[in-house]
Design a protein around this ligand. Structure first.
Ligand SMILES: Cc1cc2nc3c(=O)[nH]c(=O)nc-3n(C[C@H](O)[C@H](O)[C@H](O)COP(=O)(O)OP(=O)(O)OC[C@H]3O[C@@H](n4cnc5c(N)ncnc54)[C@H](O)[C@@H]3O)c2cc1C
Length: 412
């Protein structure tokens, strides 16, 4: 007898928010296809809670559960490897360890990476904040700065988006006044895409912690001892607080085009993000941030049986780009799992529809600000609501229950 060939699996490249959620949602369908998740890391990383891992408010197993525990008995096979190259014409891919893997459908979920925009010295001298290794390095840096306590020692965070603002508030609380903290932003305002309530709360959080904000300031280079800055001269947004209230020192009210050297003991770069896709042939269409262009049903434009979501995907060609957030990746994953089932059954696919549930920003130890679903709140209560909202988004019920039990035990 000729054995029936096994169907090629649905392969999901990348087990972050988009990839892991897709795998679990697909595995929850009755009669689901074989599912193979390819992910090089040992642990899933709940990135929105990385700040709480840095501050010690949460533990490593809560923020970074192991894939083998998350996937045990869930009907998803995990290959701990990295996708090195994809051949879409041959419906196959190659991994770093040299494995050749065939797929029936492929999901690109390899997320994003920091983008240094080609600015000299960023890759060599600035720290990143998106991995467990980065948290370790920052722990060491905080210890060093607190023990040494040189006068005028300075830490600079570049980028006043949510990552930069959340990180610098936690750092200020951890450094306890031992270090001057500066937040450098090229645009005219911090949190440019946030709700005004959250932006106002963030501004107050910086002021309370004596964090110096330099808006309209471009980084031209970074070296081992500091940064080269140029004042861009961009005007503040309408309704923004006068810069002098945050930028207290006259030295910081530099003229447009003026250059300045800012000495720093360490620089953390949160200013840019680009897609982190492996090489694909034939090459799909990409935008200027390297994101692969998709239709509204999350199929990659021009590539059969290939789908994409999350930070590496630009979905809905004629629609405004969605924010690069876990909230978007999580929602896309639910629709993508349904569309994979439809695609395998040769049924028409459904478009993804984004439902904006609001925005939460951590603003230091035990503090947050949130707006959404009819709630506008800041302070410790907002922090608790944020933790509970993230608990509900943690992968798998058993991990959620373990984390909840740990929190209840701490509370008692
Ligand atoms: C510090 C930080 C804080 C954040 N806070 C928030 C927040 O509060 N709220 C919010 O909504 N969003 C937040 N975000 C953004 C959010 O985490 C991302 O938008 C989300 O993780 C995107 O999901 P993704 O699946 O596209 O990518 P990711 O979650 O980054 O996952 C990508 C995965 O692909 C794997 N991978 C990479 N290359 C390969 C390869 N070649 N082969 C196989 N696997 C590969 C990686 O190891 C990773 O596990 C934050 C991001 C950061 C960095």
């Amino acid at each position: 007898m000729v054995p029936t060939p096994k169907p090629a699996p649905v392969v999901i490249a990348g087990g972050g928010f988009g990839g892991l959620t897709t795998a679990l949602a697909l595995a929850a369908h009755k009669q689901h296809p074989p599912i193979l998740l390819i992910e090089p890391q040992e642990r899933f990383l709940f990135l929105p809670l990385l700040y709480e891992l840095l501050s010690g408010e949460l533990r490593r197993w809560e923020v970074a559960p192991r894939y083998d525990a998350l996937l045990a008995g869930r009907g998803v096979a995990w290959l701990r490897d990295r996708v090195a190259h994809i051949d879409t014409a041959g419906h196959s891919l190659q991994t770093d360890s040299g494995r050749q893997v065939a797929y029936s459908r492929l999901v690109l979920a390899t997320g994003g990476r920091s983008d240094d925009f080609g600015i000299p010295g960023v890759a060599e001298h600035a720290l990143d904040f998106r991995s467990l290794a980065n948290v370790e390095r920052l722990h060491e840096l905080i210890q060093r700065l607190k023990q040494r306590q040189r006068p005028l020692q300075r830490l600079v965070v570049v980028g006043a988006g949510p990552s930069g603002v959340e990180l610098i508030c936690k750092l200020a609380d951890l450094l306890e006044g031992s270090t001057i903290l500066e937040l450098v932003e090229q645009g005219p305002e911090l949190l440019p895409n946030s709700r005004s309530f959250n932006r106002d709360q963030a501004r107050s959080a910086l002021l309370r912690r004596d964090i110096h904000l330099r808006t309209g300031t471009r980084v031209e280079g970074i070296d081992a001892t500091g940064l080269e800055l140029v004042r861009g001269g961009t005007a503040p947004m309408a309704g923004a607080a006068p810069m002098a209230s945050v930028e207290a020192s006259p030295a910081r009210q530099a003229l447009p085009g003026q250059r300045e050297r800012l000495p720093a003991d360490a620089v953390i770069w949160t200013a840019g993000m680009a897609a982190n896709l492996p090489p694909i042939s034939p090459a799909p269409e990409r935008d200027r941030r390297g994101r692969v262009v998709c239709q509204s049903d999350l199929q990659v434009t021009g590539l059969r049986d290939v789908f994409a979501l999350g930070d590496g995907a630009l979905c809905g060609e004629d629609q405004p780009p969605l924010p690069a957030t876990a909230q978007v990746a999580y929602q896309q994953a639910q629709q993508l799992a349904a569309n994979l089932m439809l695609s395998l059954a040769d049924q028409p696919l459904k478009p993804f529809q984004w439902n904006d549930l609001g925005e939460m920003v951590g603003l230091g130890i035990g503090q947050a600000s949130l707006t959404g679903l009819g709630i506008t709140l800041a302070g410790p209560a907002a922090f608790q609501i944020r933790q509970l909202a993230y608990l509900a988004r943690m992968p798998g019920l058993s991990h959620q229950l373990r984390v909840a039990a740990g929190w209840l035990a701490d509370w008692r």
